[in-house]
Design a protein. Structure first.
Length: 159
């Protein structure tokens, strides 16, 4: 069974997002073990300089990287990543399940991810060229993981 961990900077506040994620986590129990690990955002001023942002991303990235199993296949969620269809992502999850057994998906703060963290990842994935809130991205991510694992197991969820 695939072990999936989502590492995310920032906390989920809205109950409706929490409820949606809880529903998909419950459904995913049949296909994988899913954990979501939250990290507090590094404190920076309201109008930070580029250097302050880089420092915050470096600190956040180092903390996340130190917590990820070396065995895990690492995916960075970032705008410059590749966009995949549901079927393509399902195939990627199937490959990861077979070769690694562990998947780490990383969502950064509103400023993104450090270059160091992105370089340490095996793959960069983008949801869309459009901007999504990080809270919405979390809901989308657990839904698409469920959709893809359902595809891989012959389920009827994906049409």
């Amino acid at each position: 069974m695939l072990n999936v961990k989502i590492y995310v900077t920032g906390t989920l506040k809205e109950q409706y997002y929490k409820d949606a994620i809880a529903e998909y986590k419950k459904r995913l129990n049949a296909y994988c073990k899913l954990d979501i690990i939250e990290y507090k955002e590094y404190k920076i001023p309201e109008n930070p300089s580029e250097k302050q942002i880089e420092q915050a991303l470096a600190v956040e990235g180092q903390k996340i990287l130190s917590d990820i199993s070396p065995k895990a296949y690492k995916i960075a969620m970032c705008v410059e990543g590749k966009q995949l269809s549901s079927e393509e992502f399902a195939e990627k999850l199937d490959q990861i399940s077979t070769t690694n057994g562990e998947l780490a998906i990383i969502i950064g703060s509103s400023y993104g991810l450090s270059d160091e963290l992105k370089r340490a990842c095996d793959y960069r994935l983008s949801v869309s060229k459009m901007t999504l809130t990080h809270q919405m991205l979390r809901v989308w991510l657990v839904e698409i993981i469920y959709r893809c694992l359902s595809i891989n197991h012959g389920g009827k969820y994906h049409k």
